[in-house]
Each structure stands twice: as structure tokens, then as C-alpha cells.
Design a protein around this ligand. Structure first.
Ligand code: SF4
Ligand code: SF4
Length: 251
């Protein structure tokens, strides 16, 4: 049973990280219409029992119509948005958020060694809290920046609870070992993807990509196209997935 549904709204993102798992760029495409996202997610909630929806991208706050989607889904499920935080520096976006709130916003730090990125995201945690939205941090950890990630993790524990911080191992290359990831927290228990020790497709989660393909994990190959934008279409596509671990791929 799928309880957690992740939907990538586009593969447009002005940050253009070289390691982006779905190759989002400033030339990235947008295929989902806001009303399609709304209709699809509502059917998955009402017909399929989905309890939580997570909006990603691309950069969701650079997707026109994101606040319509937030308004439509917020009353029906636990709604979170994952952002790089850059659009939240824009007053217009913050004003929209005051009126159209998701339950939670995760902001990702991609470069723990980048002081200005870390300072910005720390400030944004306060700004999000002040709006009455729960903040969360996704801390991307590469094998080459474990020491910086340790410092950032300790720093954010002063403003967030441990369950608000997710350690995300960089994939495809520069991937840290499980031991390196654990070292970031200096021995504390921590949150990270459940596949840290062994690639196992999640059982209650699935990911729908910007081009309307489906898999149990956003990083895995073998996605299948949605034939219809509803829960039935989701189940049919998932039944055809040929899951290929990200460990066999390289960017
Ligand atoms: S911010 Fe996220 S979506 Fe944008 S390019 Fe970087 S990894 Fe990809
Ligand atoms: S493909 Fe496997 S190892 Fe890679 S992120 Fe997904 S579940 Fe984890």
C-alpha cells in the first residue's frame, strides 16, 4: 500500500547542481499542469489511501501553480515541499507562503562546505517557523565533505530536533559509506534513507517523476509511464516497474 507519494513537478531548476539526480537545469522542461497534479494526488489520497504527499522537482517554488496545488492538497493529506531555498529569498514567494502553507518545508544544503549556503538555510529555518510551517533540513553528504557535514549537523541541532534533519547520501558518485554518514552525527541516532545498508525498494513509498514516470525510488532506473493520471494508473505503472538500483548507475 502506498502511503507516501512524491511528485516531481518539473525538471526546471535554476540552481543547476552538477550531481542533480534528475538533471534539472534552467532549460528543464515542465509537463505536469497544476490541475493534473491536483486531480492525480486527490485520487491517490481518496481512492488509494495515500496519507502524505511530497512535492519536489526541479525546484517546486519555481513551478508556476505550486500554491494552487498547496491549497488543494493541504486539507487532505500531510503535505511537504522540498526546496533548495533560493526562491524563498524572494519577498513575493514568502508572501505567497503566508497565505498558502504546506505542513512542512524541507530545505536542502547541497554543499556543507559552502558557508553562505549554510548561513542562508539556517536563517530560512527561522523564517519558515515564523510562518507557522514546520521546517526540515536535508543535508546532502558527499564522501569528500564529511568533516564539513559534521560541523553543519551539530550547528543545526541547536535550531532543529534530530527528527527534522535527514542525512542524504550523495548518489551516483562521491557516495559516502554508511560509516562516513554515521560519523556526521558523532554517534547519535540519525535519519537517512532506509536503503543505507542495502538497496531495497521502499514498500509504502513511490516517486512520480517530472515526466510522469513512476518507480519505488526516485533514484532507481526502470521507471514506467503513467497511462492515466489516477490511483489506478499509478498501481498499473508500479506493477510494470523493473527496478534497477542506483548503485549500478553513474551520472
Ligand atoms: S537544487 Fe535540487 S533540483 Fe535543483 S539542480 Fe540542485 S539537486 Fe537538482
Ligand atoms: S535505488 Fe536502491 S540504493 Fe539507490 S536510493 Fe533507491 S533504494 Fe536506495
Amino acid at each position: 500500500m502506498i502511503e507516501l507519494l512524491s511528485i516531481d513537478l518539473s525538471n526546471y531548476c535554476s540552481k543547476q547542481c552538477p550531481f542533480c539526480y534528475n538533471h534539472s537545469t534552467r532549460n528543464g522542461n515542465t509537463i505536469w499542469e497544476p490541475q493534473e497534479v491536483i486531480g492525480f494526488a486527490i485520487d491517490c489520497i481518496k481512492s488509494g489511501g495515500v496519507k502524505a504527499v511530497s512535492l519536489g522537482g526541479g525546484e517546486p517554488f519555481e513551478y508556476e501553480g505550486v500554491f494552487d496545488i498547496i491549497d488543494a492538497l493541504y486539507p487532505l493529506c500531510y503535505l511537504s515541499v522540498t526546496s533548495n531555498g533560493l526562491p524563498l529569498q524572494n519577498d513575493e514567494t514568502m508572501n505567497c507562503l503566508k497565505a498558502h502553507k504546506p505542513d512542512k518545508i524541507h530545505i536542502t544544503i547541497h554543499r556543507p562546505d559552502n558557508e553562505s549556503e549554510v548561513d542562508r538555510v539556517e536563517h530560512q529555518m527561522d523564517q519558515i517557523s515564523a510562518l507557522g510551517i514546520k521546517p526540515g533540513l536535508n543535508l546532502l553528504v558527499g564522501a569528500d565533505n564529511v568533516e564539513y557535514a559534521k560541523v553543519v549537523y551539530s550547528r543545526f541541532l541547536k535550531v532543529l530536533k534530530p527528527d527534522q534533519i535527514i542525512l542524504v547520501p550523495q548518489r551516483f558518485s562521491n557516495t559516502p559509506t554508511p560509516k562516513q554518514l554515521a560519523a556526521v552525527t558523532l554517534g547519535r541516532t540519525f535519519q537517512s534513507p532506509s536503503c543505507l545498508l542495502k538497496c531495497e525498494p521502499p514498500k509504502n513509498f513511490c516517486s512520480v517523476s517530472w515526466d510522469k514516470n513512476v518507480n519505488y525510488c526516485s533514484y532507481a532506473e526502470g521507471k514506467q509511464q503513467l497511462q492515466t493520471l489516477d490511483y489506478k494508473g499509478l498501481m498499473l505503472a508500479l506493477s510494470k516497474v523493473r527496478f534497477v538500483s542506483c548503485e549500478t548507475q553513474s551520472v
